[in-house]
Design a protein around this ligand. Structure first.
Ligand SMILES: Nc1ncnc2c1ncn2[C@@H]1O[C@H](COP(=O)(O)OP(=O)(O)OP(=O)(O)O)[C@@H](O)[C@H]1O
Length: 242
């Protein structure tokens, strides 16, 4: 598996109202080499921030992030060729009128021959059971169908690392199961954030993020137990506040 390495990587943003920047991710050292890595944590804890560092969508304020030794700032083009990113909101990713065109667009660089491109796009759509929706307007698909379509477009180019930001939020039970099976069957490294604790339990390693820090890093079942217990503590504390 590729190695995604964070070396004292942090993210902070300037604020207008105060001279103190807002820290979204405190400096962290991580080496992610397992095939399946999950990231869980409360809303606003920093999961997407961490994921976006992996393909250079955002740059670290301090430290470095590398993918197989390639720096996500200095070698951002190479990193983006190797790291596919699936956004939570598929409409921020799907740019073409139909799914077929979007998947073919993803393949435009790697597959020059139009007939070959069409056949590879169909295979990618077929894999996620989307071929019958290939020519329907993106805007006439359900949220879940769009989410799977965005995944198909990224998977079509066969990236070494697949990063998914909350991939199951819009999916019904059947499609969540399809997603879990699809992810389980992939050859590439998968790094995903999720609020779906069942999906988190499928992973090899799970990080729990709290207030921009890695609060737990280890076995999925222990990570989920720790996260549940912190959530309950937080709720009880909130109830005690007059
Ligand atoms: N560009 C930005 N400027 C200022 N604050 C930001 C910016 N981007 C994110 N934040 C803040 O950083 C924090 C972490 O955001 P992030 O999107 O990483 O959280 P998350 O764990 O993915 O949350 P969720 O589960 O709700 O998707 C949040 O408080 C968010 O409001």
């Amino acid at each position: 598996m590729p190695a995604v390495a964070f070396a004292q990587a942090s993210v902070a943003v300037e604020r207008e109202d105060t001279p103190h920047p807002k820290v979204l991710l405190h400096p962290v050292d991580l080496r992610l080499e397992e095939a399946r890595i999950g990231i869980i944590g409360a809303n606003g804890s920093g999961k997407s921030t961490l994921l976006r560092l992996v393909n250079g969508l955002i740059q670290p304020t301090t430290g470095t992030v590398t993918v197989d030794g390639d720096d996500t700032v200095r070698a951002v083009r190479k990193v983006r060729r190797n790291v596919g990113f699936v956004f939570t909101d598929p409409l921020s990713q799907l740019v073409m009128p139909t799914g077929r065109e979007d998947v073919e667009l993803s393949l435009r660089r790697s597959v020059r021959n139009a007939a070959e491109r069409r056949s590879q796009a169909e295979a990618a759509l077929q894999r996620l059971g989307l071929l019958h929706l290939a020519d329907q307007s993106i805007y006439e698909l359900s949220g879940g169908e769009r989410q799977l379509m965005a995944l198909a477009a990224v998977l079509a180019v066969d990236p070494k690392v697949l990063v998914l930001d909350e991939p199951s939020t819009l999916l019904d039970l059947r499609n969540r199961e399809l997603l879990r099976r699809t992810l389980a069957g992939l050859d590439q490294q998968v790094i995903l954030s999720t609020h779906d604790l069942e999906l988190a339990l499928d992973m090899d390693r799970v990080l729990v993020i709290a207030d921009g820090r890695v609060a737990f890093d280890g076995a999925p079942a222990e990570a989920v137990t720790a996260y549940r217990s912190w959530c309950m503590q937080g709720l009880n504390t909130a109830r005690d506040v007059p």
